[in-house]
Write a protein that binds this ligand. Structure first.
Ligand code: FES
Length: 109
């Protein structure tokens, strides 16, 4: 697979990592390939919100219906620039920030 983009990751430990970005893969799959510790309590089903990341720069695929429902149901838990990594695929070079603390599992609300 040919890399279309570059992704700059700001990791929870304060370090950064630059990687290739692939349009067909969501951000959670990128993190798994790279060994980045991105939580995924629901296994990528857009139910828990633990995989959310802040998007400092770049374009992603638009939110899917299930992502929009989760965000609307838990609006106070999401910063305006956060997306579910299990539902977002790159459409440009990106700069992403992972939360220092594991986000709360929204299924526990
Ligand atoms: S892994 Fe649960 S919402 Fe993405």
């Amino acid at each position: 697979m040919r890399a279309e983009y570059r992704i700059l990751w700001h990791l929870p430990d304060g370090t950064t990592l630059e990687s290739d970005g692939y349009a067909p893969l969501n951000l959670l799959a990128h993190a798994e390939i790279l060994g980045i510790p991105l939580p995924q309590a629901c296994g990528g089903q857009a139910e828990c919100g633990t995989c959310r990341v802040r998007v400092l720069r770049g374009d992603l695929t638009p939110p899917s219906g299930d992502e929009r429902v989760l965000v609307e149901d838990h609006r106070k838990q999401f910063a305006p620039d956060e997306r579910l990594s299990c539902r977002a695929r790159p459409r440009s070079d990106l700069e992403l920030v992972l939360r220092r603390r594991r986000p709360r599992d929204l299924r526990e609300d």
